[in-house]
Design a protein around this ligand. Structure first.
Ligand code: SF4
Length: 322
């Protein structure tokens, strides 16, 4: 039996490496280090925000949790079950409990299907009787702010915001516990972004959903998330309650990310410069992966990798000098 106080998701020492195809002929065996030893929990009905530059491993982490890509090593526990050990058939019922909403709503919907078909499909896969399906689809459309007039439209006949509402309705149709929201608003206009954010929060409260919210937009994460994880080059470098991350960011990388967020106040903004570019995940730096760009780097940072450790209740940082 599942303990309702246990986290919904437990990620333990997750590693995902991708061998690069084509270079094997030259005798090279390059590997992309997409995720290296990432551990975190997501509590029930929590919104965990995940931030970091492109290529830091946020999306890979979301997909490994859903088992859309299989991790190289480490474990993912969902409702205390190790789902990484399940085969495709065993995973099927669990997949209904974990859904994803993608960044590009138009690309995530089948262009040849009308909204009616898009919403029928997952319910048919669940073997829901026809008469119940119709009722459910009407209710889903109403919940995401659409109506029966949208049922016979194709995705290209809808706006970006409407497409994302259909994608959210499709994800909700199978009554999941967990939604991985992978930059769900970044392809939308700012005014539509606000509507989708409010809708997601309303739906979370209504259905007691748990969200892993992946975004570049720290403002959105601050508004929605209970806790925030900051990733850098396949590693989790800081994880803590949203209020502490924003009021007292401890990792130099988090400080630089937050300092780069434009502010409306007249206060002079201090920008912490990040030297250089993000190193290649094919060959991540030894020691602390951030040392090539960190303004505080010392010798020890080049040799010893800092571990993620708790500096105050619920707040973890991976830096030798915090
Ligand atoms: Fe910077 Fe060193 Fe801390 Fe890494 S361990 S963040 S390089 S000070």
């Amino acid at each position: 039996m599942t303990d309702n106080n246990s986290p919904l998701v437990q990620v333990q020492h997750l590693v995902k490496h991708y061998p690069v195809k084509g270079s094997w002929l030259k005798g090279e065996h390059p590997i992309v280090h997409a995720l290296d030893d990432v551990s975190l929990d997501i509590q029930r009905t929590e919104v965990l925000g995940l931030a970091g530059e492109s290529g830091c491993g946020k999306t890979t982490l979301g997909r490994c949790i859903l088992q859309l890509v299989r991790p190289t090593s480490g474990q993912v526990l969902f409702n205390e079950h190790n789902i990484g050990a399940l085969n495709h058939r065993q995973l099927r019922p669990i997949r209904f409990q974990m859904q994803i909403v993608f960044q590009n709503p138009l690309a995530s919907l089948d262009p040849r299907m009308r909204v009616r078909g898009i919403l029928h499909e997952p319910l048919r896969a669940q073997k829901m009787p026809d008469f119940l399906r119709k009722e459910r689809i009407t209710s889903l459309l109403e919940q995401v702010g659409l109506g029966p007039q949208h049922l016979d439209r194709f995705p290209h006949e809808l706006s970006g915001g409407q497409c994302q509402r259909v994608a959210i309705a499709r994800a909700l149709s199978v009554e999941p516990n967990l939604l991985v929201l992978d930059e769900p608003t970044s392809a939308l206009d700012v005014s539509v972004q606000a509507q989708i954010i409010n809708l997601l929060e309303e739906l979370r409260q209504r259905h007691l959903l748990t969200y892993l919210f992946i975004s570049h937009d720290l403002g959105i994460l601050e508004y929605l998330s209970h806790r925030i994880g900051i990733m850098y080059l396949g590693k989790l470098v800081e994880l803590g309650p949203t209020a502490s991350i924003f009021s007292q960011p401890r990792h130099p990388y988090t400080q630089a990310l937050l300092a780069a967020v434009p502010k409306l106040s007249r206060e002079k903004q201090v920008i912490i410069p990040l030297a250089g570019n993000l190193p290649s995940p094919l060959n991540p730096p030894k020691g602390c992966r951030f040392h090539t760009r960190c303004p505080l780097a010392q010798d020890v940072c080049r040799h010893d990798e800092p571990t993620l450790r708790e500096i105050e209740p619920g707040h973890q940082v991976a830096c030798h000098f915090v």
